[in-house]
Design a protein around this ligand. Structure first.
Ligand code: MG
Length: 391
């Protein structure tokens, strides 16, 4: 029996994770559930899974949750906010922590889980983008496994299984290309949040769906792959594959390419992170290749989608750039979703922050340095968004 803490249980990944837990009650036990603001859904999840502890991001959401669950439910409430996340991630009865909070909120909890010796199933790529070096180093020292849930990294993890790393020449991340793959520059200037939220193949949260439309999602995944698999930047490639059937590939020393294929359903990578190194039956329809017809592959267009190149640049440059890239992007995406920024201005916000980042931030050696660079980039980007709006 593996005992789970699910951080971000009401989000898209969290809900899929609970569907996996429900399909394997003999193998998976839910011990801790923490959500952001959706108290109503967390109350439903708590009554179905009977976890030991539950928590919410804010005091208001926690009060809402308290009013929904009975005092006699037998489930203990965690403090609201980051303390609750850390308490869930380090709970003595937990073996595996699924970190599926959105944005940068999961960083402290992920590090706490590692320090407590828990296996970390990582769905939150921002954790690796912001603090890859810290996270990987601590996991190595503590002997903790980090199992990637992101479908691309999960695919690479599967392709690498049992293989000597010296045999690997290249990792190829696939990208759907998002809903705007065929739009020209003029059309891109006019796209709305509603257009961007219509993802062709994956159903995901809003932030990652917009990141898919700008290709920043793939850029963040390149940085994530760099830290997870310890490969050189030049050995990580991106290819557009609109069908989202090949989830990623590994090219070996002899030129052979190993790919992982499957239906686009996050329950599969989540389950593999939970079952690893075993394989279990999955509650997912099998892949029917004959009904798919063709599988297409094409290079990404870095001119129309500059976010991908910015992510490579940030990774190559190092220092605080990946943190600044991530924070500026979060702010810009939020402004775009709120109708305060145009789609084409998202990379502009990031570029302006990177241009002055070396002067304004220190090379991050500690979590406090990471948070300081993150805070600076957020304040700077908020200002940039204001000027772009009024220009
Ligand atoms: Mg992904």
């Amino acid at each position: 029996m593996k005992r789970l803490a699910i951080l971000g249980s009401t989000g898209s990944i969290g809900q899929s994770a609970l569907a996996v837990a429900a399909a394997h009650p003999d193998r998976l036990q839910v011990v801790a559930l923490v959500a952001g603001e959706n108290a109503s859904l967390l109350a439903d999840q708590a009554s179905q899974f009977r976890p030991t502890v539950i928590g919410m991001a804010s005091d208001a959401a926690l009060a809402d949750l308290t009013s929904r669950i009975g005092i006699t439910s037998g489930t203990m409430l965690l403090p609201s906010g980051p303390d609750g996340l850390v308490a869930a991630a380090t709970h003595p009865d937990v073996d595996v922590v699924l970190c599926a909070t959105s944005g940068s909120a999961g960083l402290e909890a992920a590090l706490a889980a590692i320090d407590a010796g828990k296996t970390l199933a990582l769905a939150n790529k921002e954790v690796m983008v912001m603090a890859g070096e810290l996270v990987v180093e601590r996991a190595r020292r503590r002997g903790v496994s980090i199992l990637p849930v992101d479908s691309e990294h999960n695919a690479i993890h599967q392709c690498l299984h049992g293989r000597d790393r010296s045999e690997v020449r290249r990792m190829i991340l696939t990208a759907s290309g998002g809903p705007f793959r065929r739009l020209d520059r003029a059309a891109l200037k006019r796209v709305t949040p509603e257009d961007a939220l219509r993802h062709p193949t994956w159903r995901m949260g809003k932030k990652v769906t917009i990141d898919s439309a700008t290709l920043m999602n793939k850029g963040l995944e390149v940085i994530e792959a760099y830290w997870l698999f310890g490969v050189d930047v030049s050995a990580i490639d991106v290819v557009i594959h609109p069908q989202s059937v090949v989830h990623s590939m590994v090219e070996l020393a002899d030129g052979s390419v190993i790919a992982q294929l499957g239906v686009a359903d996050m329950r599969l990578p989540i389950q593999y992170a939970f079952s690893y190194p075993e394989r279990w039956d999955a509650p997912v329809r099998p892949l029917d290749l004959t009904s798919l017809g063709a599988l297409e592959f094409e290079p990404p267009d870095r001119e129309r989608f500059p976010c991908l190149g910015l992510a490579y640049e940030a990774l190559r440059h190092g220092r605080a750039w990946p943190i600044v890239l991530n924070a500026a992007n979060e702010l810009a995406v939020d402004a775009f979703l709120g109708g305060r920024l145009s789609f084409c201005h998202i990379p502009v916000v990031i570029e302006r922050a990177l241009a002055v980042a070396d002067r304004e931030t220190a090379t991050p050696l500690t979590l406090a340095d990471v948070r300081a660079a993150d805070a600076w980039a957020r304040a700077f980007s908020a200002e940039t968004i204001g000027t772009l709006r009024s220009s």
